[in-house]
Design a protein around this ligand. Sequence first.
Ligand code: ZN
Length: 435
Amino acid sequence: MVDCRAEIDKYLKRLFPITRSITGEGNRETLRILQEIVPLDIIEYPSGQQVYDWQIPQEWHIADAWIKNSKGEKVVDFQESNLHVVSYSAPVHEKMRFSKLKEHLHYLPDLPEAIPYRTSYYDRNWGFCLSYDDYMRYFNDEEEYEVYIDAAFSEGALSVGELKIEGKSSEEYLLSCYICHPSMANDSLSGVVATAIIARELLQKRESLEHSYRIIFVPETIGAISYCANNEKAMQKIKAGLVLTTCGGPGKFGYKQTWQQEHFLNAMVEEVFKENGIEYCTYPFDIHGSDERQYSSQGFRINCTTISKDKYYEYEGYHNSLDDLTFVTAENLNRSVNLYLQLLEKMDRNITYQNLYPNCEVMLSKHDLYPKTGGAILPGSSVSALDMRLWCLFYMDGKASLHEISQKIGVPIEMLYEEVKILEEKNTVIKVTDG
Ligand code: ZN
């Protein structure tokens, strides 16, 4: 167990107020702050670049925005909350009647105190978001309003953070999170902070890692697509992935299954929950969601899972100002980080071996493989070391992974991995996993 609560708390508070979008300075500032945790490379993909069926959009800059009433009082002010402006809004400075303004106002009658989070990325438009209470308080048919959005678009770039960690095998796992949401704590930011901390933990134990890791921080959808287009061959070889988001709320744990239901990641996530005595929700793969939509598409077919604690779509504050730092706590996020680290340990240990003596049994005593402790049952399992060695030799045909064998004989993969290392040292089995 790692205890990163103080660090998580510090970075949640620093990163929460930043105005992020699909492009722009807020994203770079976020990545630069994350560089304090882990040595990310910041990669810039130029505006206008064609990425499959999409094009990288212009950079968006926002300095200020407000609506004033006829007395000149600000009734909506971007300086108070960056959610007040529809993300990627075009500039505007006009006086207008309420009848014209109202089609640009967004609010939530069912959550009267909450400011909604809205975007308009691919339809050049502008808009303001405000609480329904403020809408009722400050707006009426008779009045004229002055509307101001000091925004600009420029040819620039889309910024992405990347860290590659090389393990013993070149076979890679992907960890991906999205950096495009402004002040949303659970949706996006919880995943960003968790990914950075997990990346640092992996980096610290890189000497012992069996797999390699590709860890990316991208704006959702367009960033994931841009990354795939610019790293097509490498992404096609990815073994499996994690998409980290909405993992810091007070609610129940859950996980979104990978697109192939029988994939080992689904079984591993359930093992992690069960080993910790955690009740969880299971969300079958769905075509809606986050960047697994891109990674699992036909060209890549990466099986990706997400561990959630208050999953997107499911909680009241989803895409509104209730998704703040009273909803997400360092305590909750630290628990999710630890579950992810346990999952990653299982993923990392999931390698494949070939028994070098496939014809009849190995003579264990000749290789000093007959356990000195006799038939003692190993703690945490139902089998003895002798049984484990015999079963491993029996199943290790160069195709069965350690996870498959661990499921067949009911022994946690971490324990099996330690035993198999002994078989490997004695030159009875050999690793075949090597991308
Ligand atoms: Zn979202």
